[in-house]
Design a binder for this molecule. Sequence first.
Ligand code: G1P
Length: 292
Amino acid sequence: MEKLITKAILPAGGLGTRFLPATKASPKEMLPIVDKPMIQYAIEEARSCGIEEFIIITGKYKRAIEDHFDSAFELEESLKKTGKKKLLEDIRRLNNLSFAYIRQKAAIGLGHAIHCAKPYVKNEPFAVLLSDDIIEPGNSLLKSMINLYKEYDSPILALQKVPLSEISKYGVIDGVREKENVYRINSLVEKPSQSSAPSDMAIIGRYILTPDIFDILDGIGPGKGGEIHLTDALFGLLTKRQIYGYVFTGNRYDAGDKLGYLKATVDLALKNPLISGQFKEYIIEVARGLKN
Ligand code: G1P
């Protein structure tokens, strides 16, 4: 019988080179989108699916992430004294979750980051969320993937159709449509060139994985660009078991990239009840100025 998904791994050990110089000494994952660091969106998404244990893979200059998810006694006391109830609620909202941090000694790929969590995950299936892939809050992607995992008792990858001109930024699958929004995966390749891509179905940053991926990661060497890729490990796992893809159709932002980050900021600000009205007026004013 399939086991429940209670843990999520969030790799956050990368160098954030697409966001330099902002990320020279601060974690990319802590860049705010409206009023929350981007990693908090992924944590809240997982929590809305019943996940309460988080393993964050960190690295050099990433300590701010640990501080952010720690309780903040002095700040809480000060907000209590000054009667700032709403702010107090906001900063306490995640206090009941459990966080463990593992330091990845070198930023040598997503596969390597996931492998670092092996001693803590043991024999359970788990979710992986890449926090710079922001899924519009409220979207049921992860929930649907967990349900699919229960149905097939197999690893599930989130997929999205992307323009071929962007395909070389992603892991890409070759698969057969199983039913609406579901693909049975036959093969996958990390960041293929446009001409060699097996399809336009890209893997995006949500995975439900089974612990047998660790056995494959134990024996895998560097692939494209000298990094240890999760995609290569999944390719190895395909010889042992079936893997499925769930096609996502909502709004996703690549917030690790400057343009994607700005799009996420604008769209989420327009949905934030505290500022949406005034922000919308401002955007309209800017757009008018651009037309003239
Ligand atoms: C990673 C994975 C890639 C996946 C992508 C999704 O790449 O290696 O297979 O398609 O995340 O965002 P990265 O964006 O870290 O280069």
